[in-house]
Write a protein of this length. Structure first.
Length: 253
């Protein structure tokens, strides 16, 4: 399911086609029914209105979930830049023979974190993650000897900063994995299909404009939700502005 929703335009096309099929199937069934009585039409309108209201609520809640996750990814990108910048400064607390090596590793770590945000292909992301795993081991290897040889509060502060920097990366990764559940997508799709089936059934001989408009409007809303919810597959993406600014600042120094 995650592979499908990672491409918002595939989600848009799937929802649009499914809703149009449901609408015209409902119209086909409605064309073969006996003429409905007035009270039956009133009951059908009540059911149709309730279903459309439920669909609007589900779309609204899903949009809210997607936006909150997008905001979380932006907040964690800013927090990660702050953690890296703080540890870069705290490297001065280490013994002189460790400072240059640790700072070089931090600069390389920062470059990989920027690549993590900017790359979209799975192959490139796998390469970035492999490099980060190797750098993480190198960072700890570079700082632990100093922590063992000089167990002072200043060294402890540098070690704590390194821990915060690596934890910030873990929190960022968790936020990128935190997506709208597949059950929510399934429920939204089922209700959208049911609503369009009801519209097709009730709109027979009363104009077919809504059979075209409603699927398009719902699909556009779903496209926006999928775009915001997808960290890499959409147009609306979290860009590493803070990490890039930090990198430029470090290079300027």
């Amino acid at each position: 399911m995650s592979g499908i929703v990672d491409n918002p335009f595939v989600v848009f096309a799937a929802f649009l086609v499914a809703q149009w099929i449901a609408a015209y199937f409902g119209d086909f069934v409605g064309s073969r029914r006996r003429p409905a009585k007035k009270d039956e039409l009133a009951d059908l309108d009540v059911v149709q209105t309730a279903a459309l209201t439920l669909l609007a609520l589900i779309i609204g809640f899903s949009f809210s979930m997607a936006v909150s996750r997008y905001d979380q990814r932006k907040d964690y990108e800013e927090a990660e830049a702050n953690a890296i910048g703080t540890e870069y400064l705290r490297a001065d607390l280490l013994p002189a023979e460790n400072v240059l090596a640790v700072r070089d590793l931090i600069r390389r770590w920062l470059d990989q974190r920027i690549d993590f945000y900017e790359r979209s292909s799975e192959r490139r992301i796998g390469q970035v993650e492999a490099k980060m795993e190797k750098l993480q081991a190198e960072l700890w290897s570079a700082i632990l000897p100093a922590a063992s040889a000089y167990p002072t509060p200043a060294i402890a502060l540098a070690v704590a900063g390194m821990n915060d920097m690596l934890n910030a990366q873990s929190r960022t990764q968790g936020a990128w994995w935190n997506r709208i559940p597949a059950a929510a997508w399934g429920l939204m799709g089922f209700i959208a299909i049911a609503c369009n089936g009801l519209l097709g059934y009730s709109e027979h001989k009363r104009g077919a404009l809504r059979l075209l408009v409603v699927p398009i409007v719902v699909s556009i809303a779903v496209l926006l939700i999928a775009d915001i919810d997808s960290p890499r597959g959409g147009i609306i993406r979290v860009l590493p502005h803070n990490l890039i600014a930090l990198s430029q600042s470090i290079k300027a120094q």
